[in-house]
Design a binder for this molecule. Sequence first.
Ligand SMILES: Cc1cc2nc3c(=O)[nH]c(=O)nc-3n(C[C@H](O)[C@H](O)[C@H](O)COP(=O)(O)OP(=O)(O)OC[C@H]3O[C@@H](n4cnc5c(N)ncnc54)[C@H](O)[C@@H]3O)c2cc1C
Length: 400
Amino acid sequence: MSAEVVDTEAESVDVLVVGGGPVGIALALDLVRRGRRVRVLEAREDAPVGSRAIGIHPPGLAVLDRLGVATALVAAGRPVRVGRARGVRGALGAVRFDAPGSAWPFVLTVPQAITEATLREALATADPVALVAGVRAEGLHQAGEAVVVDGVAGDGARRRWRAAAVVGADGRDGAVRRALGVGRQGGPYPDRYAMADLADDPDRFAPDEAWVVLHADGVVEGFPLPGGVRRWVVRWRLGADGLRERTPEELAALVAAEAGRRLGAPLDAELRGSASAFGVERWSADRYAVGRVALVGDAAHVVSPIGGQGMNLGWLDAAAVADALDAGLDQGDPGPLLARAAGRRRRAARRAIARAAAHTALGRPVGPIGGALRDALLAAALRPPLAARTRGRFVMEGLS
Ligand SMILES: Cc1cc2nc3c(=O)[nH]c(=O)nc-3n(C[C@H](O)[C@H](O)[C@H](O)COP(=O)(O)OP(=O)(O)OC[C@H]3O[C@@H](n4cnc5c(N)ncnc54)[C@H](O)[C@@H]3O)c2cc1C
């Protein structure tokens, strides 16, 4: 913590959120809408570009609806109603997301940059000074009934905040978790992927259908995006290192060639968004709350993006932590309710990590016998009576 900051200059707030990614902004918006005085410290000056998360699942949409942004995102996104699977021996079946009675009968796809911009705009409307952009949190200590956080701006200027509670939403290497001395368990998977957003072909792929092709050497996945675009993700058999130096256009050509080969006909390689190569990992923090400080989103847990649920899981954390903070601040000490919410969220993250691990494992190379066995198991999982359970895993049932 800095000695230059004079404590009497500290700004006092109810809740200080460290990290203005999709989860931190959603949490801040929730608390501001409940009348709480909130600040979000975000190290970046500008809104993010590029796209990691695209899938917003029904429980995530329910949280966003409570925050008043679901309608705008549904208008900006593409509803995916069916996921189609093909195995080594051909079509395996489909999972339908539009089950009767679903409040949100689809998985929505929206590039993460649009999701974040929509959340930021809603927060700016609810409280124009809540987001403090361009300030990195660097020191944190709990002092009696307050938590003190120091922030450093890009020009080196230092500021201090004094909050009744702090939430670390500062991503996978979060400073808040490290300042608390909380460890984490887990690590990287061996799998490597390449992805590219390519021009879609409506004659071949229905605009509300996602595709998964499980072939003998790995997996190809294709998700429709708004604007006539489809994101293709391929498991890269040679390792991602050979892909890192490639330009986005070169990556797009590689992804189009690999996906086209596995789908049986060439794909258009026109790049219509981002392209990247990435590895995957999973881990969970040892504790999600210490006293008046809680961790949410990737600061608390990272799940394999194969299955695409990390951001949604973070929003479910944010909703639970907002409830705990709102009630706990009224009682004068949010610590006990934060601890209870943290225990529930940690158990939910453990389930999500296990599900994402299974999705990741499904796409690993198998021999011909393994492929036939995997086909038989998946075909059964897509038929009644197992189909409803399979659908539940894909739409994040049981993780709230
Ligand atoms: C390829 C890929 C595809 C994915 N697809 C999906 C998907 O389809 N669906 C899904 O749900 N999830 C998906 N995910 C996961 C999703 O992207 C993350 O779970 C999500 O971004 C986590 O949000 P967050 O707000 O917790 O953290 P982040 O997005 O990492 O945001 C953290 C923020 O904190 C800021 N920050 C960091 N340190 C400090 C500090 N000291 N002071 C101030 N600010 C700080 C950072 O600048 C950043 O803005 C995917 C991930 C990858 C890699």
